[in-house]
Write a protein that binds this ligand. Structure first.
Ligand code: C2E
Ligand code: CA
Ligand code: CA
Ligand code: CA
Length: 279
């Protein structure tokens, strides 16, 4: 076994070095990107299933890399978390989303909810909610227009700081959505926190609908939890008509996915909202 361990170590070592070099370079590039305005947001509509109206958008981060073109968050968010850069990215994202809400408002675009993804526990750090309040005030919109998406995985570690932050967010009027709901295998104690208003049912279950009986059972159970607790529901990753029909009949309220719309730029969202007859 010792032999094997040694061999394994030697075998992986050069790869690990290459990997950490790659990560260091990524960190340097991310720092530059923050300063050089290389980030931008895409916005994916969330649709009310009963009416087809766009009631919200989710802000999704994009990186316009000078050589590599458009880089998706899956390729850099985790590294940014590990390299201690996620706080600055969170700040950038919130700032960008709030500025966009103000621009849409000034252009007379019908008001919708805008959801923003935050990683890790930045939201529970001292001063976060205060600075968010100032940011919202500066852009002059009602706090209920903004929603924060936090993955269930992050909620797992429910400490006093989280509870305090959730109370403060609730007091401010900013709602929280539990992202990727159903994948965290966590205790459900956090579902009682007052700021939590939405559950986003993870795409991995929606993709199996309507054919996979396990996914059907899981989705129905998750919707049951939401209903019992009075939480709103959004299905992620709806790609085909049959999934849309299933979620509608199962009583889910909103849907997001390629079936309705891809992530779009701000101007395209504006066009969609201004011609949407529901508004
Ligand atoms: P998420 O929060 O689960 O976001 C939904 C992801 O699913 C988006 O990918 C979206 O483009 C994609 N998607 C939407 N509809 C469909 C569909 O019908 N089918 C399929 N296959 N995919 C669909 P994206 O933009 O690449 O984001 C990936 C993840 O990166 C997000 O997952 C989120 O966890 C993270 N992320 C995105 N933007 C931000 C951000 O601003 N800050 C942080 N911290 N994380 C972000
Ligand atoms: Ca999300
Ligand atoms: Ca999600
Ligand atoms: Ca997901």
């Amino acid at each position: 076994a010792k032999m094997e361990e040694r061999n394994t170590f030697r075998f992986y070592s050069p790869l690990m070095q290459a990997d950490s070099r790659r990560r260091l370079r990524l960190a340097t590039e991310l720092r530059r990107a923050l300063g050089a305005d290389e980030f931008f947001m895409a916005y994916q509509p969330s649709v009310e299933l009963k009416t087809g109206r766009i009631v919200a958008v989710e802000a999704l981060l994009r990186w316009r890399h000078p050589e590599r073109g458009c880089v998706m968050p899956g390729e850099f968010i985790e590294a940014a978390e590990q390299m201690g850069l996620i706080r600055r990215i969170d700040e950038w994202v919130l700032q960008a989303a709030c500025a966009q809400i103000e621009r849409w408002d000034r252009a007379g675009v019908p008001p919708i909810r805008v959801a923003v993804n935050l990683s890790a526990h930045g939201f529970s750090q001292e001063g976060f909610v205060d600075s968010l309040q100032r940011l919202i005030q500066r852009h002059g919109f009602d706090p209920s227009r903004l929603m924060i998406e936090i993955t269930e995985r992050v909620m797992l570690r429910l400490g006093e700081d989280t509870e305090r932050a959730m109370r403060a967010l609730h007091h401010l009027g900013v709602g929280v959505a539990i992202d990727d709901f159903g994948t965290g295998y966590s205790s459900m104690a956090y579902l009682k926190l007052p700021a939590i208003e939405y559950l986003k049912l993870d795409r991995s279950f929606v993709s199996g609908l309507p054919g996979n009986p396990d996914d059907v059972a899981i989705i129905e159970a998750l919707l049951g939890i939401a209903r019992a607790l009075g939480l709103h529901t959004i299905a992620e990753g709806v790609e085909v008509e049959a999934q849309h029909q299933f979620m509608l009949r199962a009583g889910c309220e909103e849907g997001q996915g390629y079936y309705y719309a891809y992530p779009l730029d701000a101007a395209e969202i504006e066009r969609l909202l201004c011609r949407d007859p529901g508004h």
